[in-house]
Design a protein around this ligand. Structure first.
Ligand code: DON
Length: 568
């Protein structure tokens, strides 16, 4: 068994494409073959998923195994102490799983404000007061219960192995630990794992996480109650209280993942499904396609100012509409009017040759209609063409920084995704409304947009981290494929731009805009700001004949693995 595993791991190494990051490293090349494919932020996690496919698992088994492996080898964002969303397509039917964190029962609308109503620095970002109730333990189990084929303990096994026997630290992880050294150094339980001897773990070092391995073993045996009840729930409550948090064991026991009706839309001849609120991401990607299909965007010259201008003007309006979104179970607003033909017509009709200042773009409203962190995305298909597109997050890199003694995992800082002070920018500069104010038990608004698209037997699975840049990065890769017929890797690699209403500027990666395009955009009234990277897209495409192609993003350190690589 062990020898077999080693052999298959060796074969996989021959078939992977590695993204080693921007600085002087080789860019990834898409891998092709047959059977299933997995793209995730770390090679060991993608391999865990393909190992499970090889053992007879389907896309749900592989996605859960990959997500749990990421909780071990990609602690910046992979998690048990955070949450996420998954869009699945099985036997042609789509579904959306919401395992987003919720605000603890003791949360209050003003919990991050001082006596004068001003946000308290770092309160919604650092330490367990920033943590929402984790959704991943129950969410991943739910995905497996609904769609998985292999026994649950088998799906957890690769993560147990990586935690118990150890894994080699990647260059990206080592660099990210160094970047967050101050955060992790505040909490001895986190520093003990990631800053041994007070220094970031070096790339290539072996890291063992025995406490996390024990948690995963009990999770394999008992499911989410191994974390949401008993000694681990007590440990989470104690760790939270010791550092000024409000999470309780009762919060953990009360958490439930929810199945939701996906946002469905057409994208230039493809059908598409993504996440509805409490994520804004699916709506933004759907609005983007809806507007661009109305404005003749596809016929405009590629890489020219007209296209960039229309994208920026579209996203300015999408993010203005986002202002009205929040947890649909609290606001009673599911966002569907934002995708109505009449609203998309109206929005498309507002686009002019010149930039509209964001302060003049009002969010959708009832009367009128008639507005460096870490997350991680994994894309999976299996040999039958079933697909899972899953984005999970702790919000900021390494979440709130606190590793729970007695459980071995980091807690999120997802509470910062609420509008801590409505109208004021959050970690990502997003200006959000009352609809997304903090309230007990409420889910904070997200931008994650796990996406599955299909057309005549073909399937495309996309998604990304990047806060508000998630839907804009995802939409650009989608457009590169469905409008401009790019190869998968080229579609992922192309430089990207971004706009999010406020700040009122087009963010552009280096090389995204030719000098004459940039000059023309400035003439049209756009402010341009350079940004190093927009998103980190994981992409899988399956052809009607069963051929698969998988691409990691050179912006990150991810890895694409296919089950049966094509020779050569
Ligand atoms: O849910 C959201 O939209 C954010 N918490 C995602 C954070 C993120 O993508 C950070 N990654 N780079």
């Amino acid at each position: 068994m062990v020898a077999g595993r080693r052999l298959s791991a060796l074969m996989l190494v021959l078939a992977v494409a590695l993204g080693l990051g921007q600085a002087g490293a080789a860019d990834p090349t898409a891998v092709a073959g047959t059977g299933g494919a997995v793209v995730s932020a770390e090679l060991a996690a993608s391999q865990a998923g393909v190992e499970i496919l090889g053992a007879g698992g389907n896309a749900a088994d592989a996605a859960v195994a990959t997500a749990l492996a990421l909780a071990v080898v990609h602690p910046q964002a992979g998690n048990l102490g955070g949450g996420g969303f998954a869009v699945v397509r099985f036997s042609g039917r789509v579904a959306a799983l919401d395992f987003r964190e919720t605000a603890p029962a003791a949360a209050r609308a003003d919990m991050y404000l001082d006596g004068r109503g001003r946000p308290v620095a770092e309160a919604s970002l650092i330490g367990p007061l920033a943590a929402g109730v984790p959704g991943s333990p129950a969410g991943l189990r739910e995905l497996h219960a609904a769609y998985g084929r292999l026994p649950w303990p088998q799906v957890v096994e690769p993560a147990i192995r990586l935690a118990g026997e150890g894994f080699r630290v990647s260059r990206r992880l080592s660099g990210d630990i160094a970047e967050e050294q101050a955060l992790l150094g505040r909490f001895p339980s986190s520093a003990a794992i990631w800053l041994p001897g007070g220094r970031p773990v070096a790339a290539g070092a072996l890291v063992l996480q025995p406490e996390l391995a024990a948690t995963l073993r009990d999770y394999a045996a008992a499911g989410p109650s191994a974390i949401s009840e008993g000694p681990r729930a007590a440990a989470i409550e104690a760790a939270s209280r010791a550092h000024g948090g409000i999470l309780t064991a009762a919060d953990l026991a009360a958490y439930r993942p929810l199945w939701r009706e996906p946002v469905r839309f057409s994208a230039f001849g493809w059908q598409a499904a993504s996440m509805p609120p409490p994520s804004s991401g699916g709506i933004i990607v759907a609005q983007t396609c809806g507007l661009l299909q109305r404005t003749g965007w596809a016929a405009l010259p590629r890489f020219g100012a007209d296209r960039a201008h229309q994208l920026a003007e579209t996203w300015r309006r999408c993010f203005a509409d986002r202002f009205q979104l929040g947890d649909p179970d609290r606001t009673g607003f599911d966002g569907s009017p934002l995708l109505s033909a009449s609203w998309l017509d109206l929005r498309a009709g507002q686009l002019r040759r010149h930039a509209t200042p964001s302060k003049k773009v009002r969010p959708w409203s009832e009367p009128a209609a008639r507005e460096s962190g870490q997350t991680t995305h994994l894309s999976v298909v299996d040999g039958d063409g079933n697909a899972v597109s899953m984005t999970t997050t702790l919000n900021g890199s390494f979440g709130c920084g606190l590793t729970v003694d007695g459980a071995g995992f980091l807690l999120n800082n997802e509470m910062d995704d609420f509008a801590a002070a409505p109208g004021q920018p959050n970690l990502y500069g997003l200006v959000q409304g009352e609809a997304n104010a903090v309230a007990p038990g409420k889910r904070m608004l997200s931008s994650m947009s796990p996406l599955v698209c299909w057309r005549q037997g073909e399937v495309l699975v996309l998604g990304s981290p990047g806060g508000p840049r998630i839907p804009t990065a995802t939409a650009q890769v989608l457009l590169n494929i469905v409008v401009d017929a790019d190869e998968l890797q080229a579609a992922v690699n192309r430089p990207r731009i971004h706009h999010q209403w406020f700040p009122d500027a087009i963010f552009a990666e280096p090389d995204a805009l030719a000098p004459e395009t940039a000059a023309e955009l400035k003439r049209r009234g756009h402010e341009l700001r350079e940004i190093k990277a927009i998103g980190d897209v994981s992409a899988v495409r399956r052809a009607a004949d069963g051929g698969v192609e998988a691409a990691a993003d050179p912006r990150g350190g991810g890895a694409a693995v296919v089950q049966h690589p094509a020779p050569g």
